[in-house]
Write a protein that binds this ligand. Structure first.
Ligand code: FAD
Ligand code: NAP
Length: 531
């Protein structure tokens, strides 16, 4: 192989994770690194998700890197949350100011990565027909990146346009169009609310009713931004020690420890203040862990739906009855959107779509909903979805699909047994948080481990199967101490037919996660085999 295709490290993905990994390995360690992304530019999630209304639900001041301190001061924070075009521009700026673009090969999908045991090198192939080798491979493939388009009969016959929200093309126009949206998760709520005023008619196909609270986006005044910028060191310290890492102090007060009136007042304040994670974690300490506390939050949101939605039948369909234990949603007027005369709601749990026809969607009640455009806001084959789409083979040619046949696993969310010198950013059983601070924690830790391995001339680093099994149990026990596993969602792999229903996250929070990382490092990378 020609030496131009030989690297010290290959990074796959050019989102928050891949960009920082490239920077650390190349600029701090002087390694020869090549990054790949199948996208046409940097940004990852924010390159692909260009649908109308796409917005972070992490507040702007903590949906960014903490490591570029100068950029933190230069950054223009104008609104409480940051929109897709702004996040994409931010990541493009990071890539330019750190001269990362010259080492990223875009429009190049990694199709195979095989570990060669005789050379201890990874052999990587791409969909451009090229082959590369590297001692280390770091996968930053994204946990919400492999799109899920449900297999609905007749879709190929549809004469209108259809899109998945995470493959949104430029120039889509809605004026005069009858549009259908399938899916009412975080994405669905955003896209529905954004396009309803633009379309001729919007039909929302809802499978599960959702608990959502206001996002409360709006301008941030200069004094507030100046205050944030002055206090960034303290802010990041708080974020890194907290659980959900969203830039607020989580409540320590159990919901049932206060009177019903006080509870109502706390919820009311949180509703006005906005933010899904704030509503779930800043109000009371036990909404996600105690059924009674959870029910109090459910009742409050149900009351809001009843007050907002005018048509009682629509309100009934929009009202969830089960636990409030999915990734919390927030929106810019989702429930009120259903008061518009041009918006209708179809409950596809009670009345499923039986097929897509050339002219629209036919539901079980025999109604053909006429559509010019169909939007799939149906989410992702989350966490391991992009791993199982690549032919990754570890020791003895072990395919990752085989290794993870009982469900994906890892040690610390960053590595998996029998796949030496392969590190994952946001791999399975990593933290469930605002993600940039978790990504940074992992990237820095992986980078330190690679540095140590190179300094000690270590050939291969991989976790032991025992360490991985221990970590899986830790993640399982923590998750099952919460209410989340009792609710079907992508967090446990339940959104994709046939996908393993298991634990995909370490749910104790970023602070405890960082302590675990630090302990393992301090103990000489306990649980890792260094050869
Ligand atoms: P990604 O940004 O997903 O990047 C992964 C990259 O890997 C992609 O560009 C992909 O093309 C590339 N890739 C994958 N497979 C291959 C391959 N085989 N070959 C080459 N390239 C490949 N998180 C929050 O914390 N707060 C939020 O407010 C928030 N909002 C979100 C909104 C939306 C619409 C979505 C979908 C997700 C949101 N997330 C949010 C989660 C978000 O994904 C993370 O915050 C973060 O952007 C993940 O960065 P990443 O680099 O790990 O992965
Ligand atoms: P999602 O939460 O998985 O929601 C997908 C929606 O599609 C659900 O309503 C689901 O119904 C529905 N669906 C899936 N398959 C269907 C089918 N065959 N028929 C009918 N309905 C179907 O995906 P997402 O909304 O893209 O969000 C995923 C994650 O991305 C979020 O949890 C969040 O982490 C992140 N995100 C964040 C934001 C933000 O606010 N910043 C915005 C978008 C995404 P069921 O509920 O019944 O499964």
């Amino acid at each position: 192989m020609n030496t131009t295709n030989q690297f010290d490290a290959i990074v796959v993905g050019a989102g928050f994770g891949g960009l920082y990994m490239l920077k650390k390995l190349r600029d701090e360690q002087g390694l020869k690194v090549r990054a790949f992304d199948k996208a046409g530019g940097v940004g990852g999630t924010w390159y692909w998700n260009r649908y109308p209304g796409a917005l972070s639900d992490t507040e702007s001041f903590v949906y960014c890197y903490s490591w570029d301190k100068a950029l933190l001061q230069e950054m223009e924070i104008t609104t409480r949350y940051i929109s897709q075009p702004q996040i994409l521009a931010y990541l493009q700026k990071v890539a330019e100011r750190h001269d990362l673009l010259r080492d990223i090969q875009f429009e190049t999908g990694v199709t195979a990565a095989h570990f060669n045991e005789s050379t201890s090198l990874w052999e990587v192939r791409t969909d451009t027909g090229e082959a590369f080798t590297a001692k280390f491979i770091v996968t930053a493939l994204g946990l919400l990146a492999a799109t899920n388009v449900p297999d609905i009969k007749g879709l190929a016959s549809f004469e209108g346009d259809w899109y998945h929200t995470a493959r949104w093309p430029d120039g889509v126009r809605f004026e005069g169009k009858r549009v259908g949206v399938i899916g009412t998760g975080s994405t669905g709520c955003q896209v529905i609310t954004a396009i309803a005023p633009q379309v001729e008619h919007l039909t929302v196909f809802q499978r599960s009713a959702q608990y959502s609270v206001p996002v409360a986006n709006g301008p941030l005044d200069k004094a507030c931004v100046d205050d944030i910028k002055r206090n960034y060191d303290r802010i990041w310290e708080q974020v890194r020690a907290s659980k959900v890492a969203f830039g607020f102090e989580e409540s320590t007060v159990p919901a049932m420890s206060v009177s019903a009136e006080e509870r109502q007042a706390v919820f009311e304040k949180a509703w006005k203040n906005g933010g899904g994670f704030r509503f779930m974690f800043e109000t009371f300490s036990d909404i996600a862990t105690d059924e009674r506390a959870n029910e109090a939050a459910q009742d409050f949101i149900r009351g809001k739906i009843a007050a907002i939605v005018k048509d009682p039948e629509t309100a009934r369909k929009l009202t969830p009855n089960g636990l409030y234990a999915k990734r919390p949603l927030c929106d810019g007027g989702y429930y009120a959107t259903f008061n518009r005369p041009n918006v209708s709601l179809v409950d596809v749990k009670a009345n499923p779509i039986v097929e897509v026809t050339p002219k629209g969607a036919l539901t079980a009640d025999g109604v053909e909903h006429k559509l010019d455009m169909l939007i799939f806001a149906t989410g992702f084959d989350a966490v391991d979805g992009n791993y199982t789409r690549i032919d990754i083979r570890g020791r003895g040619g072990l395919p990752i699909q085989e290794h993870w046949k009982a469900g994906p696993s890892s040690y610390l969310g960053v590595a998996t047994a029998n796949f030496p010198n392969m590190f994952m950013v946001l791999g399975p059983n990593g933290p469930f948080t605002n993600l940039p601070p978790s990504i940074e924690s992992q990237v820095e830790w992986i980078s330190d481990l690679i540095k140590e391995a190179n300094a000690r001339a270590i050939k291969t680093v991989e976790p032991s199967a025992e360490a991985e099994a221990r970590w899986s149990k830790v993640c399982h026990d923590i998750a099952h101490a919460t209410l989340f596993p009792k609710c079907e969602s992508w967090i446990f792999g339940e959104n994709i037919p046939g996908k393993t229903n298991t634990v995909y996250f370490y749910m104790a929070g970023l602070g405890p996660y960082r302590l675990q990382l630090a302990d393992v490092e301090r103990d000489g990378y306990q649980g890792f085999l260094l050869q």
